[in-house]
Design a protein around this ligand. Structure first.
Ligand code: ADP
Ligand code: MG
Length: 623
């Protein structure tokens, strides 16, 4: 093996590297050191810190180690084994590439570097103070590398001053480790702080298992796998069901070619995929794994490498949006169209495919046969229509399981590792409502159902609102909102102060399905209304819409704005809490709901149903 892999980048390459502060706090040093371990092919990395990283940061790995010559060289600026020339910058396959991290860390700390390659008999131990080599000796050690950083910023009081309380720095370190662990689920991690274990993560076979290790089974079980491959963009990930949400975006994790990044474009695509499913100001938990060819993404744009630039950002946006949106449209047991047609999750082996020939592990979806869909009726939700008979026993929709298998052959991992939990229950998240036994209506607003495993309460307004909203949206996509003409046009008196403004909004009202004509200075004639609401709806609905109209009429430019108007329309036109429903009406509503996409939430993001598990109820009775 060559004695030297590392070289100093020529000045003209070094100058093309996004410059800036690499190490600004303990967490960034930890991140750089772990990235080096990962680039060195480590299968496990352990991290120790004390005093929030100010006293000590130590990262040990079982990676490829370094020769004596490389160990000495790696501390120099622009010393790297990862790129050679400017052309390499255009297609980076490693996490590091600048040759700056170790030099920066060493120059502001007392650093011990111990490293041994598997083929060497002894390791080398270097002591470095403020960047100057102070001592060198041989040492006995297992193959791999251990770097200890003491008294970070001891010689730069200005930076020391900016450090936060040890507890704050410690949680930043833990968060950095968490991110790296999530993006590299095949690597074992441990994190100890002041002698106490904070994280102990064994090698995981997939992101789902890693999520369970990091965030507990409760969250993991309520996440939906999704995947999509198109335009040479591969997307896979896990996203929380839309009944769950968080007050901050902290649970959004994006990985681009194994690198944890914060990307506005991806965040926007995720937010748009969840549009109308979450209330304003609430965020999902999403682990999104994006893979593109290395030359499709520029990682050399940010000193800490936490941002990237996509060459085809539109295609990336579209792919992320559709991967998630298609999955969220149908969160019931059966996998959505994307999951069924796309590649199996996650398709992201612990390393880049060309960097390691080891067989990647994948999770595949296994779904029981999807329940037969109820007959599609072209009718709107008219409560006077005969409901389809459905007195069958209460059964939930096909329960989806995620099974861990070895890719590409279909060997169950259980045969490789018998201790492995191979089955993960993901569903059923949404039942087939019309198959559940109707217990009755509660408070004239909620439909009580007996589910397979508990009591389900459906918010009748939220349910109807979503049904109506999706119908309106579908009609709009198919050319326009269907209008039902009235036999007798009906006049609507207008508030004379607003009359002119309302008359000016006539074209917009028409686009929303109201056939209206000015009729004198302060009256409008309603000749037809959106068919979805049936013949009865009309003047009242129109009046409600006019009441909620803004200063400048209805904003109908752009899909988002149109959606907002449709939300209002669906809200005004939907059955209210407080209305007593006949069983026949309940049946019709449930059947409609079963046929509807995004049925988990009303268009404002409130949940359509809540569930009290049987166990939960039994516990309350102390059974
Ligand atoms: P970069 O990662 O950008 O190349 P660094 O300063 O982080 O720059 O590291 C310099 C070089 O030192 C790396 O290119 C690599 O060859 C070597 N190196 C650093 N850490 C390790 C490690 N844990 N195991 C093996 N080699 C390492
Ligand atoms: Mg590095």
């Amino acid at each position: 093996m060559a004695e030297r892999l590392i070289h100093i980048l020529p000045e003209q390459v070094a100058s093309q590297i996004a410059a800036g502060e690499v190490v600004e706090r303990p967490a960034s040093a930890v991140k750089e050191l772990i990235e080096n371990s990962l680039d060195a092919g480590a299968r496990s990395a352990s991290i120790e810190i004390s005093g929030g990283g100010r006293g000590l940061i130590a990262v040990s790995d079982d990676g490829c180690g370094m020769s004596r010559a490389d160990a000495i060289l790696c501390l120099r600026r622009h010393a790297t084994s990862k790129i050679r020339d400017a052309a390499d910058l255009a297609a980076i396959r490693t996490l590091g590439f600048r040759g700056e991290a170790l030099a920066s860390i060493a120059s502001v700390s007392r650093l011990e570097l111990k490293t041994r390659r598997p083929e060497d008999l002894t390791g080398i131990h270097l002591s470095v103070v403020g960047g100057e080599l102070a001592a060198e000796r041989e040492c006995a050690m297992a193959a791999g590398t251990r770097i200890e950083v003491r008294e970070l910023f001891f010689n730069t009081p200005a930076r020391l001053k900016f450090l936060k309380a040890p507890a704050t720095e410690q949680s930043a370190v833990a968060e950095a480790v968490q991110r790296l662990a999530l993006g590299n689920f095949g690597v074992a991690f441990t994190l100890n702080a002041d002698g106490r274990p904070l994280l102990e993560l064994t090698r995981a076979r997939g992101a789902l298992e890693r999520i369970r290790q990091l965030f507990g089974p409760k969250l993991a079980e309520r996440m939906l796998p999704f995947s999509l491959e198109r335009d040479a963009i591969r997307i896979s990930g896990l996203a929380t069901v839309s009944q769950d949400s968080f007050p901050t975006a902290r649970m959004l994790f994006t990985f681009v070619n194994r690198r944890s990044v914060r990307d506005r474009l991806v965040a926007r695509a995720i937010a748009q995929a969840y549009a109308t499913l979450l209330p304003r100001g609430r965020y999902p938990a999403v682990v999104l794994v994006l893979e593109v060819r290395p030359d499709e993404v520029d990682v050399n744009v940010h000193p800490m490498k936490t941002e990237v630039r996509f060459r085809r950002s539109n295609a990336v946006f579209e792919a992320v949006y559709h991967a998630l949106r298609d999955r969220l449209a149908n969160q019931s047991g059966a996998p959505g169209p994307a999951a069924a047609g796309g590649p199996p999750w996650p398709g992201r082996p612990a390393r880049l495919p060309d960097a390691d020939a080891s067989r990647p592990l994948r999770l595949v979806l296994e779904a029981a046969p999807a329940a037969a869909r109820p007959e599609q009726t072209a009718l709107g939700l008219g409560y006077d229509r005969t409901a389809p008979a459905s007195g069958r026993a209460a059964t939930a929709e096909a329960t989806e399981t995620v099974k861990v298998v070895d890719d590409p052959s279909s060997i169950n991992v259980a045969s490789i590792n018998p201790a492995a939990p191979t089955l993960v229950k993901v569903g059923p998240i949404v039942p087939v409502y019309s198959r559940l036994r109707i217990i009755g209506q509660l408070f004239a607003g909620y439909i009580a159902l007996e589910g397979d495993d508990g009591l389900i309460l459906v918010d009748q307004h939220a349910a109807h609102e979503r049904v109506t909203f999706e119908k309106l949206r579908a009609e709009l996509r198919n050319g326009g909102i269907r209008v039902q003409a009235r036999l007798v046009p009906e006049p609507l008196e207008l508030d004379s102060a607003r009359a002119a403004q309302i008359q000016a909004a006539v074209p917009q009202l028409r686009a929303l399905g109201f056939e209206v004509e000015p009729f004198g200075p302060a009256t409008m004639l309603l000749k037809g209304a959106p068919a979805v609401f049936g013949a009865e709806a009309g003047v009242k609905l129109l009046a409600d819409m006019i009441d909620s109209m803004g200063e400048s009429g209805f904003e109908l430019r752009g899909e988002q704005a149109f959606d907002d108007c449709l939300k209002q329309l669906a809200c005004h036109g939907s059955v209210r809490v407080g209305r007593v429903l006949e069983e026949r009406e309940i049946r019709e509503l449930l059947a409609e709901l079963d046929r509807t996409q995004f049925k988990t939430n009303c268009p404002h993001g409130r949940p359509v149903h809540i569930q009290f598990g049987r166990g939960q109820i039994e516990r309350m009775f102390r059974r």
